[in-house]
Design a protein around this ligand. Structure first.
Ligand code: MRU
Ligand code: ZN
Length: 209
């Protein structure tokens, strides 16, 4: 099987897992997987589709600028430029972007903060930090409608082969060396967001008595 088809099936598999989690509300979300390094090419989800549905037109191949390399009427994701920033700058092999209630609410809870820090939770090990009392931090950037401007802001925090960035009241983008790692990172952050929101809610309710 060519690399193209093998990567296609890897991306379809992760898309199915995220769809099973119901993380693709209202056509939101976009996913990509690297196909080649030199030149950089990657498969990215087609724009505007319901990512819970599975068709032969779900993904298209694009170049390092996010321009399509296939003769198709499909358009690459509106946020392809964010994926391109990661592949051009790091050795990441997979990028996942989802809008969840938790990843939106957490940015509201930490409005005016540039980062959110988490410590004291076992799931932090899934983010690669194994030491006692490890701290992890995720940046929050403003949600700018003009994608090239958003991509410039986003690029400031693309600093390693794996990582995650929150976009305020929009969603999260994570990346890792392959689909397995990217999904692990995504799930660990979503766990931390959900945990933090529940703790904050309980403390608020208890505090009001
Ligand atoms: C309807 S969700 C809003 C979109 O603008 C975007 O944020 C998104 O995640 C999906 O856009 P897409 O172009 O389908 O990749
Ligand atoms: Zn989005």
């Amino acid at each position: 099987m060519s690399k193209y088809f093998s990567r296609w099936s890897d991306l379809a598999a992760i898309k199915k897992e995220l769809a099973d989690r119901d993380w693709f509300f209202g056509t939101s979300g976009n996913l990509s997987i690297k196909v080649s390094n030199d030149p950089v090419t990657f498969l990215v989800t087609a724009s505007g589709k319901d990512k819970r549905k599975f068709t032969n037109h779900d993904f298209l191949l694009v170049d390092s600028n996010g321009e399509k390399l296939e003769d198709t009427t499909s358009k690459p994701s509106a946020e392809t430029l964010l994926h391109a920033k990661i592949y051009n700058k790091t050795n990441a092999g997979c990028v996942l972007h989802v809008h969840t209630i938790d990843n939106n609410v957490i940015t509201e809870l930490y409005k005016n903060e540039t980062h959110i820090e988490f410590t004291g939770n076992e799931i932090i090990k899934a983010l690669g930090s194994w030491e006692q009392d490890a701290k992890v931090s995720i940046p929050i950037i403003a949600n700018i409608a003009h994608i090239p401007t958003l991509a410039e802001q986003f690029d400031r925090y693309v600093n390693g082969d794996s990582g995650a960035i929150l976009i305020e009241n929009h969603g999260i983008t994570v990346w890792g060396k392959d689909a397995f790692e990217a999904k692990k990172i995504l799930e660990a952050w979503e766990f931390l967001f959900s945990y933090q929101i529940k703790v904050a809610t309980i403390k608020n309710v208890v505090g009001s008595f």
